[in-house]
Design a protein. Structure first.
Lengths: 207, 207
């Protein structure tokens, strides 16, 4: 593509670096911004910069936060003794959107996957165990991807937690094998939270 | 969608205001940016703000420019006496990418469309006529959409320019390269029959 303005070209190139955005889409977005009020576009630019530089990760659950502790952990109306273990922030947003869960989260940052070089040490498993020991945790709900890596992670954490007498469950398999949490519709996701199963019965059923 | 961070939510909402970007795509883009270096994301934000606040429109052809005159109008190697009239900046970029045109442009900003409330006064027609009168323009090439509105615009401008003895042409309409005859619409096929070219000139041009 040939541009007659370096400013335009730079902006298009920046947008085209985003995932799933090609040059033509980037150009469309930039030309759209060009039609907006200058103040609005500057606001857009500032919001992006600010988001990256000021966002924090909750010291407790590793969810995104505006301060040291995320709004979910800081909310005294939420059951601190119930922890839903998820892979990433997107999963927290997906579960929150169902409005069916009143506990707290723990964002692992992925699942154990030796082939990708992700072992337990790369994930927030240590801090989860610490929470179980320190807080009066009564239940851990696993909401991980229904994959072998997800199952491995559940199994690993379950072994670590077993000395403590708490309830360990997984969300029910209303979600198709190989499907990703964020693409599940809210109804399915809500049902799978309501119908969560004890891990023993889950393991017994699936193997 | 429920977010646990206002910073994240604001950023997602800003992205979701872009055309063709829904909430889920916006979230994906924001989470991608969250994984990038802070400096890179700030650079991204600054490039966007700067683009909107500093970009100018060429006083001559209304194309985007970094200064008062765009790089195409300022280029003495380009034939200033040949003007290609287009609807928008995107068309300039498309034609420039062919590397087949060595004249200058005139960006109308749309086509005459009374139903959409766009009359000749909303378009850069006045400045085009001025260029024809002032500069030694020899040819005007219309590269507008092949629609009734596009044809109306060509007709309107042609009437205005007629006192001046210059060549007025349009880009040819016909079957696209790689296009199949049976899928072409009747209008295009009829036009391409009417405007058939001698094989010698076609072969001479295409090689």
């Amino acid at each position: 593509m040939q541009f007659s303005s370096a400013l335009l070209e730079n902006a298009v190139n920046e947008f085209a670096r985003l995932p799933g955005i090609g040059k033509k889409t980037a150009l469309r977005l930039v030309l759209h911004l060009l039609k907006q009020e200058t103040a609005d576009v500057q606001h857009f630019g500032e919001i992006i910069s600010k988001m990256r530089s000021e966002i924090k990760f909750c010291h407790r659950c590793a969810n995104v936060a505006d301060g040291d502790i995320c709004s979910i952990c800081a909310n005294s109306m939420r059951k601190q003794e119930v922890i839903c273990v998820v892979e990433n922030i997107r999963d927290v947003i997906a579960i929150e959107s169902t409005q069916q869960f009143n506990g707290t989260y723990h964002v692992l940052g992925g699942v154990i996957s030796p082939l990708d070089g992700i072992g337990p040490d790369q994930l927030k498993i240590e801090s989860l165990i610490n929470r179980v020991q320190k807080d009066q945790v009564q239940e851990i709900i696993f909401a991980l991807s229904p994959t072998i890596q997800g199952d491995t992670t559940i199994f690993y954490i379950q072994k670590k937690i077993q000395p403590h007498t708490i309830r360990i469950t997984t969300i029910s398999r209303g979600i198709a094998f190989g499907g990703e949490l964020e693409y599940a519709d809210e109804m399915t996701l809500a049902r799978s939270l309501q119908n969560r199963l004890p891990v023993e019965s889950y393991v017994a059923n699936s193997h």
